[in-house]
Structure formats: C-alpha cells, structure tokens
Design a protein around this ligand. Structure first.
Ligand code: G3I
Length: 303
C-alpha cells in the first residue's frame, strides 16, 4: 500500500498520530491526517485540565471534536489520558484527603469513560506514574502521595467497570530500554496486575527518542511485556532529526513483536510537534513527505 495506515493494516496493525482539535480546519493538516492515518490520539483535548477544570464541571467540547474526527473517518481513537500528574488543574493537586481524592479520581474516570463509550478503542488510564532515574519506583504525584500504591489498580478497575469494551492501557516514556530501572518497575507492576486479575490490556511506550533512535533492547522490551499477556503499542513516536535508520529501527521493533499492534507518531508535520525545533516527525512544515516517511513506509513493506 502507499499510505502508512493502509500498509500497517496489512499486518493487522494501525498507524496513527496525535491530533490537535484546533488544527482540524487546516486543510493541509486534515488531508494528510485522513490520507495517511487510521488511528488518532487527542494531543491535549482529553486531559484533566481541559475536561474538568473545576470540580464536577465537565468540558467535553474539544475532546468531542477529536472523537468526531475519528468516528467520521473510521479512525481508531485512543483516549489520552484519564490520570496524569501534568496538565492537572490546581484544585486536584491541592486535595489532601484520601477519600475525597479517590472519589474525585473515580468520578473523573467514569465521566470520561461514559462520554466516549462505544467510540474509544483504548484508554491511557494512567500516564507517566513511574519516577525517572534509577529507583524503579513511583513518581511522587498527588495521587501517589495521597492514595498510595493502590491508586493505579483502583483507576484501572474503575475504568473497566465504566467501559468494559475499551482496552485499558498504562502509558509511559523512557521505558523502552529493557535495562532501565524504570522499565523494570513498570514491568513488575504489569506482571503483578496480570497475576492478580487487575484489568490491564495494554502498555504504551511513548518512544520520544533522541537522534540515535530506540535503544537496542527495544524489541526485547516489547516482547517481554507482551509475554505477560498484554498488547503493546508505540504511542508517541518522534525522533530528533528524524533519521531514516532511527525510524526504521523503531518500526521494525514493533513489527517483530506479534502483540505490538500499532504505532502512533506524536504529530503530523514538524511544525505540529511539541519539539518542533528538532524536526522529529515524518512530514515537513509544508506537509511534504520527509525521507523518514519513506523509511517507515518501506520498512512496513509498502511502496
Ligand atoms: O492552549 C494554551 C493556549 O491557550 C495558551 O495561549 C498557550 C500558551 O503557552 O498554551 C496553550 O497550551 C499549551 C498546550 O500544549 C496546547 O498547545 C500548553 O502551554 C503546553 O504546555 C501544552 O503542551 C503539551 C504537553 O503535552 C503538556 O505537557 C503538548 O502540546 C503535548 O504534545 C504534550 O504531550 C505529552 C503527552 O501528553 C504525554 N507524553 C509526553 C508528551 C510530550 O510532552
């Protein structure tokens, strides 16, 4: 096939992108989106700050625009994200009482799940809950500090009850290298969840890489997580300077693992990227295909 989504579909995978609702009116952007991609992730529109800026007052307008885009173009939708310490409104961060925070978190999850039920393929239920560096432990967020280790399990159970059909994922960055302590920490959590029947279906590897691309152990990492009984996905791929070899290596790591069922790049054109100074994406500022685009397409077997 001659597009990313169609070629990925030939092996039962999807190829997606992060989408910003305020760019959908840009015709260069939307024509690339609808030509090349068969999955979308809301870049910011389903985050807590946007969805529930004050307690109990929900704003689904921006998220709905992403969901409508996906539905009307037959693109899978990944919800991003229910529980995250960043882009979290101040009112949540200042809750110090565990019962209050637990009910606020559970209500937030249930509201999101209900709103997009039937339209969501997968949810990033919890994002970036592990600490950077060598500890392999949890990040000290308000959820961790007030609710303790059990909050992630609570979040997944609440999400499953609210939308039993959605795939429930844990998503993080810098967990691509099998030898990293952070990777091991997440692995132990997923193994524990699977052994105790905590509902988790997938793990997202963000894959924000430097110019060298993925670590050499990336395929091993994907395959070891998959062996626990979860699907794995590359969820936010971008690579500084977008080298063709680096992109090919990232794509190949996924193709080599049967349960790696999708790849999402974190934006369409370099100008759409959160790290636009590094030109990390597959299309240039004018929307033209870069060499990395051809590398990704041909690595998947397309022409
Ligand atoms: O919408 C406001 C606008 O009203 C305001 O004038 C402007 C001024 O700064 O800010 C706008 O909000 C920005 C928002 O993106 C929308 O463009 C925020 O400042 C900015 O911080 C925010 O950045 C997002 C970032 O997450 C926040 O942490 C990026 O777009 C988004 O790509 C990025 O995505 C994250 C994933 O969710 C999780 N993994 C890492 C990834 C990259 O950081």
């Amino acid at each position: 096939a001659s597009t990313l989504g169609a070629q990925a579909a030939q092996s039962g995978r999807y190829f997606g992108t992060a989408v910003a609702a305020n760019k959908l009116g840009d015709s260069t952007y939307s024509s690339l989106l609808n030509r090349e991609f068969n999955q979308v992730t809301a870049e910011n529109e389903m985050k807590w700050q946007t969805v529930e800026p004050s307690r109990g007052s929900f704003n689904f307008g921006p998220g709905d625009r992403i969901a409508n885009q996906a539905t009307s173009h037959g693109q899978r939708l990944r919800g991003h994200t229910m529980v995250w310490h960043s882009q979290l409104p101040g009112w949540v961060g200042s809750i110090g009482d565990a019962n209050t925070l637990r009910s606020v978190m559970n209500n937030h999850i249930a509201q999101l799940a209900n709103r997009y039920k039937g339209r969501i393929h997968s949810w990033d239920v919890v994002n970036e809950a592990f600490a950077d560096g060598g500890s392999g432990g949890r990040r000290a967020t308000v959820f961790q500090n007030v609710l303790g280790d059990g909050y992630i399990e609570t979040a997944f159970r609440t999400a499953r009850t609210a939308d039993p059909a959605a795939k429930l994922c844990y998503n993080d960055y810098s967990i691509e290298d099998w030898n990293a302590a952070k990777t091991q920490g997440v692995y132990r959590m997923v193994r524990d969840f699977k052994s105790r029947g905590v509902p988790i279906d997938c793990v997202g590897f963000q894959a924000h890489f430097g110019a060298g691309g993925p670590p050499s152990t990336f395929r091993t990492t994907l395959s070891n997580f998959a062996a626990l009984g979860v699907d794995v996905q590359i969820t936010e791929l971008d690579i500084a300077q977008a080298g063709t070899g680096a992109y090919a290596n990232a794509v190949r790591a996924c193709l080599d693992v049967a349960r790696c069922n999708g790849i999402t790049v974190w934006g369409i054109r370099d100008s759409d990227s959160w790290r636009s100074g590094e030109n990390p994406l597959l299309f240039d500022r004018n929307g033209a295909k870069k060499p990395a685009y051809n590398s990704v397409l041909t690595t998947m077997g397309g022409t």
